[in-house]
Design a protein around this ligand. Structure first.
Ligand SMILES: [Zn+2]
Ligand SMILES: [Zn+2]
Length: 163
C-alpha cells in the first residue's frame, strides 16, 4: 500500500472510545494496522496467530465487524481477482482509488483531488450524504500493459516504489 497515505490509528481510536480489548483482539488489530497489503480474513487470522495462538476465526470476524461499524477499516473486493474474498485495510485520511491489475494481481492505490471534487459534486447535486465511497478500476498495470512510449516523460522516479 502507498506509505504516503496517512491511516487511522486503530488502537488509539478504540481505547479513546472505551472499547475493551482482549489480547487476541489487540494482536489482530496490530496485524491489520501494520499490514502492507490488503489482506483477507484468512490471512489476517494466520498472521494474528503468530502473535496469539489462541485466536479463532470468530474473533477475527467479530473484530472486523466492530472496526467496520466504527468506520475505522474499509472492506474491499478488489475486482474479485481472487474469487469471492473480501479484503480489509485501515481507513486513510483521504479516500483512495484501487487499481487492480488483471494480469499480475497487483493492487495500486491512487489519490486525486478530482475524486474529492466528485464526492462534493455528488453531495451537492444529488443531495446525498456520503458515508463511504469505494472505487475500483480493473485493467493492466504499467508493468504488464503495453508501454506508453508516445506520451513520454509523464513518469518520474516516484513511480518506481512498487517493485
Ligand atoms: Zn500487472
Ligand atoms: Zn487501499
Amino acid at each position: 500500500m502507498t506509505p504516503a497515505l496517512e491511516r487511522r490509528a486503530l488502537l488509539d481510536e478504540l481505547v479513546s472510545k472505551g472499547v475493551r480489548l482482549t489480547a487476541q483482539r489487540r494482536a489482530l488489530i496490530e496485524v491489520i494496522q501494520e499490514a502492507r497489503d490488503h489482506l483477507d480474513a484468512g490471512s489476517l487470522l494466520e498472521r494474528a496467530r503468530q502473535r496469539e495462538p489462541n485466536i479463532d476465526r470468530a474473533t477475527v470476524y467479530r473484530t472486523i465487524e466492530l472496526l467496520k461499524k466504527m468506520r475505522l477499516i474499509d472492506e474491499l473486493d478488489l475486482m474479485h481477482l481472487q474469487g469471492e474474498k473480501h479484503y480489509y485495510e485501515v481507513k486513510t485520511r483521504r479516500d483512495h482509488v484501487h487499481l487492480a491489475c488483471f494480469r499480475c494481481g497487483r493492487i495500486e492505490e491512487f489519490t486525486s483531488p478530482l475524486f474529492e471534487r466528485l464526492k462534493a459534486e455528488i453531495s451537492h447535486q444529488a443531495g446525498f450524504a456520503i458515508r463511504l465511497t469505494r472505487l475500483e478500476v480493473g485493467g493492466t498495470c504499467r508493468n504488464c500493459g503495453p508501454a506508453h512510449e508516445t506520451s513520454g516523460g509523464q513518469e518520474d522516479s516516484a513511480t518506481g516504489l512498487n517493485q
